[in-house]
Design a protein around this ligand. Structure first.
Ligand code: SAM
Ligand code: SF4
Ligand code: F3S
Length: 438
């Protein structure tokens, strides 16, 4: 009987995509995948270290696995991804249930780590492999409509607060031909949407051909004209006019851009080492909106970074009013040992104050999101249906080209259909409508 593997994924879309690569490689090595943790012989936790509470969640899960391990003596537990890469071998001391550790560049060797653990050896593979992109691995595909496609891995930026350069290593890009081949396969298999992924997709570079991300996006768009093309994440300092022109020129490249700003204060942006100030960011936003009117923008924000004053915080609030994002993913600052902020700056804003600033940001953004979404009432939008809505099988949930979530009466439609929907109502996170009769 082949051994069964269950993978629980924490963290960002890169981790979700990695879990599908791992499923494919382990299935190739003869393991059977399961969605039921209780029957698994091997449990893998694919982990995130970006904030302290992300690590806390994993520690809680490891605690919960203690009982399961007692009840099922042969059960092996592997911790993989960003947390073991960050804590290295000392992770073994953090929980006795861990049998093996694997960093983000170790996934080709997971079955050897499992074999060693079966022989009673606790081992770790935490080496960075500078050119590893897993380009030759066809991922396991959990969905049938929308797929993630990592085009680059790692990050060469050194934002003062961030662990990612330490957990993912140096930037490397996948060869453009392997990206195009995978997009064509997805299109032939009936996928309707692909999201090109990277921590900083704008610094994609195929060194052999000199193709930049703008060039790659254009080729992907041409290779799969029937598919929607999305991408994330874009770093504001690297967003080029030529990239925005590709979004404007190709109708299948979605009109939505995630452009994390982190703070509205130039002083904070400098301390964070983001490589641009407030006015440069706003100039980019103006260029984007001039070339792609109606584009939906989203962002990430950190409240209470080292040395942030009330005046800096108010600059963040005023930036939200000025840009009017659709969404903001908001966090309060969490010190990450090993980052430059942790070693050279004081975590000066008390936790209560960080939380107060964060709640002001969330409250303001919720109001702006509601206003942005209400602007779609009365409009007709093309919605790619993804699934039944959570509330009722008589409704479908999908997304507009601008990445807004739309719930609509199902009629004769199914997930995977693109449906013209008239918007009748809106909340701060969802549009509600009905299909337009043609
Ligand atoms: N590469 C993307 C970029 O440049 O914006 C984002 C990567 S990070 C995985 C996602 C978000 O987590 C960041 O944009 C930032 O807002 C947040 N983040 C990263 N480190 C953090 C920290 N130490 N405390 C709180 N939030 C943090
Ligand atoms: Fe982290 Fe900055 Fe790299 Fe984004 S660009 S992953 S925030 S270091
Ligand atoms: Fe977390 Fe690693 Fe992604 S630290 S956000 S899972 S790259």
């Amino acid at each position: 009987m082949p051994e069964t593997v269950f993978i629980r994924t924490f963290g960002c879309q890169m981790n979700l995509a990695d879990s599908d690569l791992i499923r494919s490689m382990l299935a190739g090595d003869g393991y059977r995948m399961t969605d039921d943790e209780s029957v698994a012989d091997i449990v893998l936790l694919n982990t995130c270290a970006v904030r302290e509470n992300a690590v806390g969640k994993i520690m809680n899960h490891l605690d919960a696995l203690k009982g399961r391990k007692r009840a099922r003596p042969g059960l092996l537990v592997g911790v993989i991804g960003c947390v073991p890469q960050y804590y290295r071998e000392k992770m073994f001391d953090m929980s006795e249930v861990i049998d093996f550790l694997g960093g983000p560049d170790s996934y080709r060797h997971l079955s050897s780590l499992i074999d060693a653990a079966r022989e009673g050896r606790r081992s770790a593979d935490l080496e960075f492999v500078p050119d590893e992109t897993y380009a030759d691995i066809e991922p396991w595909r959990s969905g049938r409509i929308s797929a993630f496609l990592p085009v680059m891995r790692g990050c060469n930026n050194m934002c003062a607060f961030c662990v990612v350069p330490f957990t993912r290593g140096r930037e490397r890009s996948r060869p453009q031909q392997s990206v195009l081949d995978e997009v064509k396969r997805l299109s032939l298999a009936g996928y309707r949407e692909v999201t090109l992924l990277g921590q900083n997709v704008n610094s994609y570079m195929d060194h052999a051909s000199g193709t930049s991300f703008a060039g790659l996006l254009e080729q992907v768009s041409q290779a799969a004209p029937g598919m929607r093309i999305r991408f994330t994440t874009s770093h504001p300092k690297d967003i080029s006019r030529s990239l925005v022109e590709v979004i404007a020129r190709y109708s299948n490249v979605c009109n939505a851009l995630h452009l994390p700003v982190q703070s509205g204060s130039s002083r904070m942006l400098d301390i964070m080492n983001r490589g641009h100030d407030r006015s440069e960011y706003l100039e980019r936003i103006a260029m984007i909106r001039e070339l792609v009117p109606g584009i939906a923008l989203s962002t990430d924000l950190i409240a209470g970074f080292c040395g942030e004053t009330e005046a800096d915080h108010h600059e963040t609030l005023s930036l939200l009013e000025e840009v009017r994002y659709d969404y903001a993913y908001t966090f309060y600052y969490s010190v990450r040992p090993g980052t430059s902020a942790a070693s050279r700056l004081e975590d000066s804003v008390p936790l209560d104050e960080k939380k107060r600033r964060l709640s002001e940001i969330i409250e303001l953004q919720n109001r702006i999101s509601s206003e942005q979404f209400a602007g779609d009432i009365g409009r007709e939008l093309d919605v790619l249906a993804e699934s039944e809505s959570k509330r009722s099988s008589r409704q479908l949930m999908g997304r507009s080209d601008t990445n807004r979530v739309v719930v609509f009466d199902r009629g004769a439609f199914n997930p995977g259909n693109e449906v013209r929907v008239r918007i009748d109502a809106a909340t701060s996170a969802t549009l509600i409508g009905s299909p337009v009769k043609s």
